[in-house]
Design a protein around this ligand. Structure first.
Ligand code: NAD
Length: 489
């Protein structure tokens, strides 16, 4: 039986190395999306709290973290990774109870989050600046220096992973971090901050300030915040960018939404491969109930193989077990919260009205915010599912007859996060890699093995999906400024 830690039963912030109750802060009430039973409320910090909490981070940066030797910072991050790995069950139940992440997947998330701390811990003593070419008597050093206090605004779809993906590189680059998690995914970030203190992180170096959009805006405007890193929808991303501009041109990195195409060419489909490829497509589309920024929700299939491939995808998707997130047998849990559930149901209803053909209907009755795998053909006829990011287990399928058509259909979106291509034609693979407008492109002739090192992935979104590198060694630059010092001697 999964249980939340006692400390979460009262709404709190995590600041200066400890949990603190804010008696005068409004609360955000929550339910478990699997059964709608009540979940602990979370604090919505307001302007006056933000001023005090952010000042604590600025103080920790000036007095402690910027003076902490790299070797000590490395030890702390590696210890965080180790502690996370020793508490997989404990952390997995937090995201599972709060936003419905199926428990077995939530356990994998903890290992992924630990991997980020391990990876960035190991970069700390391997990251160098440069020197510029110079004549005799001249030396210019170009050091990567931290921004200071980084505000990390995170979404709810993978709460622990999203927090780790920002905290680990920001700390490795020498910054302090204020995390403003989504009000729908707070618990694991609070408990992570507590674990980090246990790992030896000095107090104030990571503070967690729960709240909503207003809280985030107050934090962006705070004079104690030096940089903003954001993951969330493109609409909110543009508000973040505007606010950071008005707050004194603060640097921003934005990881926003996607409407990601997946193109299947007939040359990839043999009798031997069709089932494997269909399974891979079904799994990656429905994973986390489609609440995934890189979900390939637009499937483009070459007309000659569309019928058999679509039939197998539909059959595999329809057999996925949808159920309570705490049940290890559930492949898909519920959607994360009521408004998200309503949004997905509305998109499905609109798609039907707009003329898309419902091949698999995942709508369900009863308690909990469950929607199972849902598939439409003739997808292009419905802007609600073809153009918009649904962020649910909804796949729209369309056919094409030529490579040019496929490229045009795939690029016909304001988003540019990711894209996938199935082909066994090497030249075509390279052409598509060149032509598709997205930050991350997978060209596959067969389903790939499980991802070996998430942390090493490094990509930058394009178009309305944002900008700024996340992941890999390059992320250290996102969280640093290049500072030149010239010596004339
Ligand atoms: P969201 O934009 O609603 O919220 C994201 C965060 O912004 C939350 O912490 C929220 O409280 C905060 N926020 C809300 N209003 C704000 C405002 N006016 N100013 C500043 N901050 C504000 O997104 P969401 O619903 O939490 O997450 C889903 C979205 O996130 C999807 O669009 C998804 O594609 C995107 N996402 C992108 C990536 C990526 O790596 N590109 C990863 C995960 C999720």
């Amino acid at each position: 039986m999964m249980k939340l830690p006692e400390i979460l039963k009262k709404p709190r912030v995590f600041v200066d190395g400890q949990f603190e109750e804010l008696s005068d802060a409004p609360l955000f009430d929550k339910v478990n999306p699997s059964d709608e039973a009540s979940n602990p409320s979370v604090v919505l910090c307001s302007q006056k709290h933000v001023d005090v909490l952010a000042a604590n981070s600025a103080e920790a940066f000036q007095s402690v973290w910027r003076k902490t030797p790299p070797a000590d910072r490395k030890t702390i991050l590696l210890r965080v990774a180790e502690l996370l790995r020793s508490r997989v069950e404990h952390f997995a139940c937090l995201d599972s109870l709060e936003m419905g992440r199926p428990i077995t997947s939530a356990q994998e998330d903890v290992m992924v989050a630990a991997g980020f701390f391990q990876y960035y811990g190991e970069t700390i003593d391997k990251s160098y600046g440069q020197t510029a070419p110079g004549a005799h008597g001249y030396l210019e050093t170009q050091r990567l220096v931290p921004h200071g206090v980084v505000l990390a605004i995170t979404p709810w779809n993978f709460p622990l992973i999203n927090a780790a993906l920002k905290i680990a590189p920001a700390l490795a680059a020498g910054n302090c971090v204020i995390v403003k998690p989504s009000e729908h995914g707070v618990y694991s970030t609070l408990i992570l901050a507590e674990l980090m203190i246990e790992a030896g992180l000095p107090k104030g170096v990571v503070n967690v300030v729960p709240g909503d959009g207003k809280t985030a805006q107050a934090l962006i405007a705070s004079r104690h915040v030096d940089m903003v890193t954001f993951t969330g929808s493109s609409q909110t991303g543009s508000l973040v960018m505007q606010a950071a501009g008005q707050a004194g041109l603060k640097p921003v990195a934005l990881e926003c939404g996607g409407k990601n195409p997946q193109i299947v060419f007939a040359d990839a489909i043999s009798d031997e491969m069709i089932g494997h490829i269909a399974g891979f497509i079904a799994f990656t589309t429905m994973w986390n109930s489609g609440q995934v920024c890189v979900q390939k929700s637009r499937l483009l299939v070459e007309a000659s193989v569309a019928e058999p491939l679509t039939a197998i995808i539909s059959q595999i998707s329809g057999s996925m077990q949808v159920g309570n997130a705490s049940d290890a047998a559930s492949a898909l849990g519920p959607l994360a919260y009521k408004q998200q559930y309503d949004r997905v149901l509305t998109a499905i209803a609109q798609a039907e009205e707009q003329g898309a053909e419902l091949l698999l209907d995942g709508r369900q009755n009863g308690a909990g915010f469950f929607v199972g795998p849902t598939i439409f053909t003739n997808g292009k006829s419905s802007p609600s599912i073809w153009d918009e990011e649904v962020f649910g287990p909804v796949l729209s399928i369309e056919t094409f007859t030529s490579e040019e058509d496929a490229i045009a259909l795939a690029n016909d979106t304001p988003y540019g996060l990711s894209a996938s291509v199935w082909t066994s034609n090497l030249s075509r693979g390279h052409r598509l890699g060149e032509e598709l407008e997205a930050g991350k492109i997978s060209i596959m002739s067969r389903p790939g093995p499980p991802d070996g090192c998430w942390a090493a992935h490094s990509a930058e979104p394009s178009k309305r999906s944002g900008f700024g590198v996340e992941g890999g060694m390059e992320a250290l630059k996102t969280y640093s400024r290049r500072k030149a010092t010239q010596f004339v001697y």
